[in-house]
Ligand binder design. Sequence first.
Ligand code: SAH
Length: 212
Amino acid sequence: MTDNSEQRESMVFMQLKSRGINNQRILNTFLTIPRENFVPQNMKASAYLDNALPIGYEQTISQPYVVALMTQSLNPQKNESILEIGTGSGYQAAILSNLCKKVTSYEIIPQLAKFAKENLTKTNIDNVKIKNSDGSDLKENEIFDKIIVTAATPKIPQNWIKCLKEKGSLVVPQGNIDSQVLLKYKKKDGKLELLETSIPVRFVPLKGKEGF
Ligand code: SAH
C-alpha cells in the first residue's frame, strides 16, 4: 500500500486553504481520510484531483473543495448527530464522521449503498449508518442536529424539516436540475429560515418522491 499523505497535504493547501477553508479541525480531517478509498479502482490515480469524479450509475463523488465548503458551512460538533441525503461514495459521510458523534446517510441506489459501506469499512469508520432508501421521503423517528444534502434539490421536503432539531441547520444545493446554489437554513419556530447563500454548484439530481 502506498501512503498518499503528500497528495492529501497538497490537496489541503492548494484546493482548500487557498480558497478560504480555514477551520483547522476540518483541514485536519481532510489530511487523515484517504480519498482513494472512496473512488472506483480505475480512478485511484485521480483521487486527489481538483474535481468531481464518476463513481458509476451516473453519480459522482463531489470535488474536495465543495465537500469542504459544505462541511465548513454545516460546522459539525463532536456531540452531534448528522443526517446526510445522498451517500454516493461515502466520502462526505467519512469526513463528517470524524467531526461529529454519528452520521446517518441515505442512498437510493443499492449498489452505491453497498459501495459506500465497503469504503467506510476499509477506512475503519464505524459511526456511519447507511440506509438504502429514498431520502426525499424519510420516515425517521430520530431528530438530527444538522442535515446535509448532497444532491440537487428542487424544493425542501417537509419530512426533512420534521426530523431536524429546533435551531438545527440544513445545508443544501438548491435550484433547478442544471444549476443550484449552496444554501444554509436554520430551523426557527418549526420553519426554515435562510441564513447563508454561498457559491453556485452543479450536483446530480435528487430522485425519489420529492426529487426531480
Ligand atoms: N456525498 C456523496 C456524493 C453525492 S452524489 C459523496 O461524498 O460521494 C448524490 C448521491 O445522491 C448519489 O449517489 C445518488 O444516487 C443519491 N441520491 C439521489 N437521490 C436520492 C434520494 N432520493 N435518496 C437518497 N439518495 C439519493
